[in-house]
Design a protein around this ligand. Structure first.
Ligand code: PLP
Length: 383
């Protein structure tokens, strides 16, 4: 058994990044300022996006988008229930109604065919999720949204560096990225809103900082104009320079992180091929670069004779950490009661929700760590 606990995720922070953060701390300007502006510019360049707004989190980005689109009571937003709870919470808090599209059983990704029956005259937004670092098949989803005139936002929390049909996610349309510590790159907490819609960008930029017509930092002023006035009520979702400078360092290393993650994922795939109770997610067939944010497997609970929660607990006893991405939103306490969807409403989502488990995957892992995980998995299953 492993001597030391292997967490399922751990951020890779370099000494240079720590030094850069210290430099910002000593500089006299620690909140939104020149580093945030530089981070936006670099991230925009990396994705090929027309515009990017740095934010306190991806959740903040989704909140601002819902506000910018004026989504509220009577409106419906179509999203998978196989997602992080933040999207659905915000839809409900805005007074709107979430309508859940099921996902493909093997990729956890929602598709145009699964979204289409969820659309109605009230649909005001579609939120597909790029899952685990793979890209959703956006071309048919874009065609469907365009044909109905419905706005589309890509939940790209898992997809910094993911490419679809040869283009980075964020290059076209509107996409929201997360820099939470478990994601492929981190700012501690943070997010980025990318869009090719200049009006939407302007609106989000304004709403992120009290609805003032200015950014939190005006380079010509070396600060914010004290005369700035509220153009519309806004929020306080700006990213600090302490966080942004970390993001700049992480962004430069992102391609290296992804390459290492891909190597580890290949090792998992090879080793797990001999474990019949373990079903890794399928890699979608369309052209893409997988960013390998998560290595998700499904436990064949019938064959294994144990539930997923027990499987995770047994791995933990053997010093192997795991994650759960995600417990289906409609099956969580509040939503079970508030929405009351009957069991079987979202068959592939529910099937996966009972069986998925994320195995350790982060750039500082070694191939031997993968072997340790697989050895522990085999031992648990052989009991
Ligand atoms: C992490 C995550 C979010 C939220 O990101 P934050 O930056 O933590 O707000 C949204 N959607 C998905 C799918 C996520 O995994």
């Amino acid at each position: 058994m492993r001597k030391h606990f292997l967490p399922f995720s751990r951020p890779s922070i370099s000494e240079e990044e720590i030094a850069a953060v210290a430099e910002v701390l000593r500089s006299g300007w620690i909140t939104t300022g020149p580093k945030s502006a530089e981070f936006e510019k670099e991230f925009r360049g990396y994705c090929g996006a027309e515009g990017a707004v740095a934010l306190a989190s991806a959740t903040a980005g989704m909140h601002l988008l819902l506000q910018a689109l004026g989504i509220g009571p009577g409106d419906e937003v179509v999203t998978p229930a196989m997602t992080w709870v933040s999207t659905v919470n915000l839809i409900v808090l805005a007074g709107a109604t979430p309508v859940f599209a099921d996902v493909d059983r093997e990729t956890l990704m929602t598709t145009a065919a699964l979204i289409e029956p969820c659309l109605s005259a009230r649909t005001r937004l579609i939120v597909p999720v790029h899952f685990a670092g793979a890209a959703a098949d956006m071309a048919p989803i874009r065609r469907l949204a365009a044909a109905r005139g419905i706005p589309l936002v890509e939940d790209a929390a898992h997809a910094a560096g993911t490419e679809y049909q040869g283009k980075r996610i964020g290059r076209s349309g509107t996409a929201i990225f997360s820099f939470h510590p478990i994601k492929n790159m981190t700012t501690g907490e943070g997010g980025m809103f990318c869009s090719d819609d200049p009006e939407l960008l302007e609106r989000v930029r304004r709403l992120k900082f009290h609805g003032l017509g200015v950014d939190a930092f005006d380079r010509s002023m070396q600060g914010r104009s004290p005369q700035a006035e509220v153009q519309e009520p806004g929020y306080k979702y700006n990213l600090t320079d302490i966080a942004a400078v970390l993001g700049l360092g992480q962004l430069r290393r992102l391609d290296g992180f992804i390459a290492k993650r891909a190597e580890l994922a290949r090792r998992y795939a090879e080793r797990l091929a001999e474990v019949p109770e373990i079903l890794p997610l399928a890699v979608p067939p369309w052209p893409m670069r997988h960013a390998w944010h998560l290595y998700i497997v499904r436990l064949d609970i019938e064959r294994a004779g144990m539930g997923r929660d027990e499987f995770m607990a047994e791995l933990k006893k053997r010093n192997i950490g795991t994650g759960l991405h995600f417990r289906a939103v409609h099956q969580q306490k509040h939503y079970r009661q508030a929405l009351g969807l009957p069991p079987g409403a979202l068959p592939a989502t529910e099937w996966n929700s009972d069986r998925i488990c994320s195995l350790p995957l982060f750039p500082a892992m070694e191939m031997e760590d993968v072997d340790d995980v697989v050895a522990a998995v085999k031992e648990v299953l052989s009991r």
